[in-house]
Ligand binder design. Structure first.
Ligand SMILES: Nc1nc2c(c(=O)[nH]1)N[C@H]1C(S)=C(S)[C@@H](COP(=O)(O)O)O[C@H]1N2
Ligand SMILES: [Mo]
Length: 350
């Protein structure tokens, strides 16, 4: 262990948190965001690691593989723990899923950030592990702890901690993943193991996961209370909505915003996604007065879906809008929310 890492590892670990001893320290870079490339560069169905955004709040955990284990406890009949090698003994599953960051919880976004990609995760369904642990009926939430700790937004915490309602945790798609796009998870991606909750925002997918705890209530740490809750007002009622499932969203890949085209025949295409899948994408060439249906590909597991609209455009400037509707009927708003429609301007110079 380098002297630098030792210096950073200052916090005390209590005996009941023994699994946290596998954390050798945090990446000294601390808070880390890597922004995605502009939409017109995200041309590949599977986003390579080099193009995928990153969000790390307090610093990436440096993990000692020899002592690394995941503990399962709380409201379970059969508490257990396992190493990475033991986890790999369970049947694995690979799921293609879009991966989206909500944006900063300090200043919840009202404009679209398109921090999005689409990747393949491989790991063990969390359900297999929970079935072994046998949750009591009172267990309503599954808390997940990461090995990272520190300060974010003026709050100090001894762990990154999130929660999933038991119904989502027991779904077939939630994984304890150890690979992304066929390669072992890198340290920055949360290796050796992270939680994956396809269809839900990235914030729920705890990296460097070291504890899974079944509980009757939502988790009480800052990342589930102070951060990552949206307040919706309807009439004089205020409703708190955790940042969980992803609302319909879409992105125009072609033509690029600002493109100057030498042809009238344009294949408009892009990606659309939501927790429950997209059933319709419409395209508007008159700023939302009239819409035409685009063709849309079926979703593969929890992937994003390609839409396409081919048309002949006259010479001159054009404004192009795409709007997605999800299975539940929810539709992207034109403005005001983080999932508002994408507009690309382009010119036909032919
Ligand atoms: N332990 C831990 N897990 C975490 C985070 C974190 O800071 N610490 N960031 C979350 C957020 S907000 C997002 S969007 C995703 C980003 O995952 P990626 O950087 O591997 O793409 O990880 C989530 N899991
Ligand atoms: Mo995020």
């Amino acid at each position: 262990m380098s002297a630098g890492i030792e210096a950073i590892k200052q916090h005390e670990i209590k005996d009941e948190d023994r699994e946290r001893k596998a954390c050798l320290g945090l990446d000294p870079a601390g808070f880390y965001i890597r922004h995605p490339p502009p939409p017109h560069e995200l041309t590949s169905f599977i986003t390579p690691d080099s193009q995928l955004f990153h969000t790390i709040h307090m610093g990436g955990a440096i993990v000692d593989l020899d002592s690394y284990k995941i503990v399962v406890d709380g409201l379970v009949k059969n508490p257990l723990q396992f190493s990475l090698l033991e986890l790999k003994q369970f049947p694995s599953k690979t799921i293609t899923a879009f991966h989206e960051c909500y944006g900063s919880p300090l200043n919840p976004p009202t404009t679209n950030v398109w921090r999005i990609g689409n990747v393949k995760w491989t790991g063990v369904p969390l359900k297999c592990i929970l079935e072994l642990a046998q949750p009591f009926p009172e267990a309503k939430f599954v808390w997940s702890d990461g090995l990272d700790y520190g300060s974010f937004g003026g709050v100090t915490t001894d762990r990154y901690q999130k929660d999933l309602p038991i119904e989502k945790a027991m779904s077939d798609e939630v994984l304890l993943a150890y690979e992304m796009n066929g390669s072992p998870l890198s340290r920055k991606r949360g290796g050796p193991v992270r939680l994956i909750a396809p269809g839900w925002f990235g914030t729920n997918m705890t990296k460097w996961i070291c504890r899974i705890s079944l509980q009757a209530e939502r988790a009480g740490g800052p990342f589930t209370t102070k951060f990552y809750n949206e307040v919706h007002s309807s009439g004089n009622r205020e409703e708190i909505r955790p940042v969980w499932d992803v609302e319909p969203n879409s992105m125009i890949v072609n033509p690029a915003d600002g493109a100057k085209l030498q042809t009238n025949e344009v294949e408009v295409w892009g990606w659309a996604w939501s927790a429950d899948g997209i059933v319709e994408v419409e395209v508007s060439l008159d700023e939302g007065t009239t819409f035409s249906n685009a063709e849309i590909e079926a979703r593969k597991e929890f992937s994003w879906q390609r839409f396409q609209y081919s048309a002949t455009f006259p010479s001159g400037s054009h404004s192009l809008m795409a709007r997605a509707t999800s299975t539940s009927g929810a539709q992207q708003p034109v403005s005001g929310r983080r999932n508002h429609v994408h507009i690309a301007h382009f010119t036909v110079e032919q």
